[in-house]
Design a protein around this ligand. Structure first.
Ligand SMILES: Cc1cc2nc3c(=O)[nH]c(=O)nc-3n(C[C@H](O)[C@H](O)[C@H](O)COP(=O)(O)OP(=O)(O)OC[C@H]3O[C@@H](n4cnc5c(N)ncnc54)[C@H](O)[C@@H]3O)c2cc1C
Length: 352
């Protein structure tokens, strides 16, 4: 028997919460299920927000810290510093931010159940019943991350191009500043970059690499030790996860089913940032599903696709970064600082 909802959302991450909240605000009955035992229980992301995300949802001041500049380093640790007037990023206490988003989503009227893993769904007349949870729904949303079980169980596309990210949290020091440090380092970070973020109550040091390469963060930490004195600090935590960089999946929706966030590949192929898209397109999906169920709108899939930035140049830049010896060209002076600066500014400050 169980209970019937308009929408069941699998995954209470950024995308799932945004979708559940918007749909509940529109008056639908919504349940979100997550396998975690509670909000913020396990964080896999660095959690940097772009300014646009902060403008869209009010993150409490205690959960964020402004980052005003970006330094991009060559393998020999020469760097260019980037800054744009009135622009900033936000480092976050991501666990606290998730607790805030869950509270806001519940306040909007959505039910959120933790400790409930999605195992599969059977179609019934008006929608689906979810295995083992007693949940029936008219529409199902898969917001269950890069390796979506919902995608698998409905034969939708899966993310194939993946990076692997690992991060260590260190005790902070007063001189850590307000600068995001990014390292082009083909040996330690083949396919992507390493980074140091002065976070909220901690300093985060991370590395992302092609899925099949080893992410040797201890080696990276030793390499940048002269710059940050990490060897004298305590490691206070570790996190990490998978980042899809192949772009929006072609086949990300079906009859009364929609994938959003990482499950649908809504991540920038170049910066690997996905929180803003997960949140923005999650909200859009919530509204589009409400319209659709009321018989006033098309399937939400094409609505979301139209709103997804096409990112042609970012895909081209990722192609080049993967195949051209950018680091060597930088060190040899073949790629001038001004050309490199212009490209890097576009990567960090453009949301197209
Ligand atoms: C190391 C790393 C660093 C990153 N840094 C940044 C950054 O600084 N800025 C940025 O914008 N992006 C960053 N990203 C990307 C960003 O974290 C993701 O794009 C974003 O979290 C996507 O949100 P989501 O809600 O789609 O998925 P997720 O955050 O993955 O949430 C999915 C949820 O689904 C739940 N779930 C999964 N399977 C099931 C199941 N079977 N049943 C029930 N629940 C399930 C999970 O528990 C989880 O809570 C980073 C990613 C990684 C891995």
């Amino acid at each position: 028997m169980g209970k019937t909802y308009d929408i069941a959302v699998v995954g209470a991450g950024f995308a799932g919460l945004a979708c559940a909240r918007r749909a509940a605000e529109r008056g639908l009955s919504v349940v979100a299920l997550d396998r975690l035992s509670g909000p913020g229980e396990r964080i896999h992301t660095t959690g940097i927000l772009v300014r646009e995300a902060w403008e869209e949802w009010a993150a409490p001041a205690a959960t964020v810290r402004r980052i005003r500049r970006v330094r991009v380093y060559t393998p020999s640790h020469r760097f260019v510093e980037l800054e744009r007037e009135r622009y900033f990023f936000l480092a976050t206490d991501t666990a606290a931010l998730m607790r805030h988003l869950v509270a806001e989503t519940r306040r909007a009227g959505a039910e959120i159940r933790f400790g409930e893993r999605y195992r599969g769904a059977a179609r019934n007349g008006a929608g689906f019943s979810l295995e083992g949870s007693g949940v029936n729904c008219r529409f199902l949303v898969g917001a269950d991350g890069a390796r979506s079980r919902v995608a698998e169980s409905f034969g939708l596309d899966r993310n194939r191009r993946l990076l692997k990210g690992v991060e260590w949290e260190f005790a902070p020091e007063p001189g850590d500043g307000d600068c995001l440090h990014c390292f082009i380092d083909p040996e330690c970070a083949p396919g992507y970059i390493g980074w140091v973020v002065p976070g909220v109550g901690m300093t985060q040091v991370g590395l992302a690499v092609h899925r099949r390469r080893r992410a040797d963060i201890a080696r990276f930490v030793r390499r940048i030790d002269p710059l940050f004195g990490l060897s004298r600090r305590r490691v206070t935590g570790k996190r990490g996860g998978i980042i899809p960089i192949g772009g929006l999946l072609r086949n990300f929706h079906g009859d009364r089913v929609l994938l959003i966030g990482d499950a649908a590949g809504m991540v920038s192929p170049l910066t690997a940032g996905g929180i803003h898209n997960a949140y923005r397109l999650g909200r859009l999906a919530g509204a589009a599903i409400a319209d659709h169920l009321a018989g006033e709108g098309p399937h939400p899939g094409p609505v979301v696709r139209r709103a997804y930035p096409n990112r042609l140049w970012k895909r081209a830049a990722r192609w080049s970064y993967d195949r051209l010896p950018v680091a060597r060209a930088l060190e040899a002076g073949m790629l001038t600082r001004s050309v490199f600066r212009r490209a890097a500014e576009r990567v960090f400050f453009s949301r197209e």
